[in-house]
Design a binder for this molecule. Structure first.
Ligand SMILES: [Zn+2]
Length: 178
């Protein structure tokens, strides 16, 4: 019996892709703006101070937790029988190139609207503390804050993957743009 199953390899790969995207983009921005050009580009910062160690630690820990949640929702939608209930399609030929290009524009609009309304909803005083306060603890955000969400907010954010599949979308496109 193999040490690790194919399903586990797929989940691990998905997690590493989510994690790599975060670590790569954040570390490039951090290296450039916070290390190499720290002093010469300081004037470009809105706040002249830099975050301190506990801020970086909080941002990274919450971003790691978000990576796990994004992986779980991605696994649920793309790698379990749930996939059969979506309108995802698997070859561009199925709906043609015209629809494929249109769907890219469509999903950008849908994603933007989803982000706007959920963000606005999470600022409602009844839920702010539970969902969105963690994100706004970064009052002087570093690049490591990119995915620093409370787990409940991370679930809401990942919900866009489920919303996408109410529309007919080429299966690989949302994965790339997300
Ligand atoms: Zn906000």
């Amino acid at each position: 019996m193999p040490l690790i199953s194919l399903g586990e390899i797929k989940i691990l790969t998905l997690f590493l892709v989510v994690l790599f995207r975060y670590v790569f983009l954040a570390s490039v921005a951090f290296s450039l703006f916070y290390v190499v050009r720290r002093e010469s580009w300081r004037f470009k910062k809105i706040q002249q101070k830099f975050p301190v160690g506990k801020d970086y630690r909080r941002e990274i820990l919450y971003s790691l937790s978000t990576s796990v949640i994004f992986t779980f929702v991605g696994w649920l939608v793309f790698m379990t029988p749930v996939k059969e209930y979506t309108r995802a399609y698997f070859t561009i030929r199925q709906h043609g190139v015209g629809y494929f290009v249109f769907s890219i524009v469509l999903i950008l609009v849908v994603h933007d609207a989803y982000f706007y309304w959920t963000h606005r909803g999470m600022h409602h005083p009844a839920v702010f503390k539970w969902f969105h306060r963690v994100h706004h603890l970064s009052v002087n955000p570093s690049p490591w804050a990119a995915m620093a969400f409370h787990p409940l907010e991370a679930i809401v954010e990942a919900g866009i993957i489920i919303v996408w599949y109410f529309f007919s979308l080429f299966i690989r496109w949302p994965l790339l743009c997300f």
